[in-house]
Write a protein that binds this ligand. Sequence first.
Ligand code: FES
Length: 277
Amino acid sequence: MHNCSCENPLVPGIVEVVKIIDETPDIKNFYVRSENGVPFNVMPGQLAMVSLVPVGEGMFSVSWQEENDHLEFAIKRTGLMTDELHKIEVGQKLGVRGPYGNGFPVEECKGKNMLFIAGGIGLAPLRSFIKYCFKHREDYGKITILYGSRSAADLCFKDELFEKWPQEKDTEVYVTIDNPEEGWDGHVGFVPAYLEELNPSPEGTIAVICGPPIMIKFALQSLEKMGYNDEQVITTLEMRMKCGIGKCGRCNIGSEYICLDGPVFNLAQLKQLPPEW
Ligand code: FES
């Protein structure tokens, strides 16, 4: 779990940035590798603490782990730490510790149809589960991916969205942007409305959703209208996590600590929490 020889889980292992992809004007995907390949094993939906000396550290979801090779972090520019991360170049050393959080229930979802609903940078954590399903393709049923962003320039992982994923077996990919724009001949409109238009059957299906709170709010209403029950809908509250190990008290909702019990919950579990999420 931790690639440092010491026993302190708060001491990060050192990784090197080996590739940086500009996904959108404010999202970059960083590939990092330690001397031995990946610094630790991560399951889809788990997070890691990334540190850049002397700037600070931040908790980010792992957007993919290529076994024995590298980890990927798709990071959006949102403040000091991420601004500085966006300035680094290949060869930069970073600290990484983790993994943290429960991750998506990949085992429980086996045999189910999977419906992934994402908005903006929300595709980053879902991508780890999507790619996991493709890697273990026989274990999952039909895969439907619905992704939206403000504009075409804000869509991340475009080569996968438009080239690779639609070619996967029994897979449908739907992409939408909020407003019409020149050069875009794809779907226009908000994710929840498109979801209702597509109306994917709840039969044997698990919906996994991540994106801006407003999108989640309306997409949850749409799913309910379409007949999905609370156990069939999963989301991640990763934005609330800070230390990752139950020490800082920054992630609690009521008496629950998101970092210890989550960040992945189904809707039935979330409805047990005070309505702060
Ligand atoms: S993230 Fe610090 S207590 Fe949960």
